[in-house]
Design a binder for this molecule. Structure first.
Ligand code: ADP
Ligand code: ADP
Length: 232
């Protein structure tokens, strides 16, 4: 589903080059919940931006759904990015739009008709448990509910992969658990591959099948969660 080969990212910093990622190799299976964990500065954001190609990597291949994203031009890349739904730490909702209209945004942007949007978004709001709150504004709902909107919006374009970037880092432990339960449900019911980037070990333990530990731009360890976190 996602094949990353020999990925390196070097930034030109004020005091010289910064090697944020070096020689990352990752193979994420379809239908898997894959966790990527590392402390601040380890290279997580750089890796996220390489997977959705907001950053062009310095070296390496990023193959999503059979296509090497690094080889695509801007138009093909925009289309390929629709295969990847993004969920963010700070939700990134538009405050002037209702729950429904936030979830519908990606579909409006591609010019889908109102009826087609309704047919797609209503079941998604049902799935994330927000049907009753569809006409509220972001200021009128809780953090966990905002993240549910973020997940519905990420699913609207019918992606193959859900990429969660610290999606629970701004939430309390109980809300975190409920959002992770929702991501598991999305993984099981829609068969979606889920990639979670986090600095929270609890998140990985609760939901991931396999985990890669990233440290100083390299993969320090990788394997099934039970193996990686029980080693001495
Ligand atoms: P994380 O998300 O794990 O905190 P990042 O990918 O943001 O890690 O950063 C990895 C390293 O790359 C850090 O040393 C960071 O300071 C550096 N870095 C990230 N973005 C840039 C940039 N645009 N220019 C220069 N250095 C950067
Ligand atoms: P987070 O860890 O929440 O992703 P960061 O503070 O690492 O956020 O980075 C915020 C932004 O600043 C990112 O776009 C990143 O590329 C950039 N950045 C991070 N470190 C550096 C750096 N050393 N020099 C320049 N830009 C950086």
């Amino acid at each position: 589903m996602i094949d990353i080969r020999g990925l390196s990212q070097i930034y030109q910093g004020p005091t010289g080059p910064v090697e944020a990622l070096r020689g990352i190799d990752l193979h994420i299976q379809p239908g898997e919940v894959f966790g990527i964990i590392g402390r601040s500065g380890a290279g997580k954001s750089s890796l996220v931006r390489c997977i959705n190609l907001l950053n062009r990597p310095t070296e390496g291949e990023v193959i999503v759904n059979g296509r090497d994203l690094t080889k695509l031009g801007d138009t093909d890349l925009r289309a390929a990015r629709r295969d990847i739904g993004m969920v963010f730490q700070h939700f990134n909702l538009l405050s002037s739009r209702t729950v429904f209209d936030n979830a519908a945004l990606p579909l409006e942007l591609v010019g889908m008709s109102k009826e087609a949007i309704r047919a797609r978004v209503e079941p998604l709001l049902e799935l994330v448990g927000l049907t009753a709150l569809r006409d509220r504004y972001p200021a009128q709902i809780s953090g966990g509910q905002k993240q549910r909107v973020g997940i519905a919006r990420a699913l609207a374009s019918n992606p193959k992969v859900l990429l969660s970037d610290e999606a629970t880092s701004a939430l309390d432990p109980e809300t975190t658990r409920s959002i992770l339960d929702l991501l598991r449900k999305v993984n099981r019911e829609l068969g979606l591959t889920v990639v979670l980037i986090t600095h929270q070990m609890q998140v990985i333990k609760q939901i991931a099948d396999r985990v890669a530990v990233i440290d100083a731009g390299r993969i320090a360890e990788m394997g099934p969660v039970i193996d990686v976190f029980t080693r001495p």
